[in-house]
Design a protein around this ligand. Structure first.
Ligand code: DAT
Ligand code: MG
Length: 150
């Protein structure tokens, strides 16, 4: 069963010119892009996106950070993508993340950790619905599908 996840290159990732690198890692892994948009995040969207963190001491800072510059929001698709993409992103704080992961290779910060990825099927469904209209998502068959799966 194919699974979808929301991946967002956060403002620091965009400003540091790492959007292409992040796309490239997911593309080379064999994930399928289902949608993308370069956008500014409204405070309303940020607050909903991070609603599970409401009340925590870093919630307001988190909302300010995600709204602080443009982001690249994407939906990627593959069987098991949520667990795989979380591994590829690395631990939450850049200074904890293992080398070889996106955060481990490019971030030594706590909060400026370059990338967001949904962490469960439920959060992926909620987040994709929040960030994308169904009409913005594309269903397609990559020509190399046969070589990637099985
Ligand atoms: P992740 O982004 O790995 O899913 P999360 O959902 O627990 O991590 O938290 C969302 C973001 O909030 C995370 O990318 C960085 C920030 N954050 C999490 N815990 C924090 C803390 N204890 N202090 C400061 N920022 C924190
Ligand atoms: Mg999270």
């Amino acid at each position: 069963m194919s699974e979808r996840t929301l991946i967002v290159v956060k403002p620091d990732g965009v400003q540091r010119g790492l959007a292409g690198e992040i796309i490239s890692r997911f593309e080379r892994k064999g994930f399928k892009l289902a949608g993308s948009k370069f956008m500014r995040v409204s405070e309303e969207l940020a607050r909903k996106h991070y609603q599970v963190h409401e009340g925590k001491y870093f919630y307001d800072r988190l909302v300010r950070y995600i709204c602080s510059g443009p982001v690249l929001a994407m939906v990627w698709e593959a069987e098991g993508i949520i667990a795989m993409s979380r591994k590829m992103m690395g631990a939450t704080f850049g200074y904890d993340a293992e080398p070889g992961t996106i955060r481990g290779d490019y971030s030594c910060s706590k909060g400026n950790n370059l990338v967001h990825g949904s962490d469960s099927v439920e959060s992926a469904e909620f987040e994709i619905g929040l960030w994308f209209d169904e009409g913005e998502l594309v269903s397609w068959e990559p020509a190399n599908e046969h070589w990637l799966r099985g």
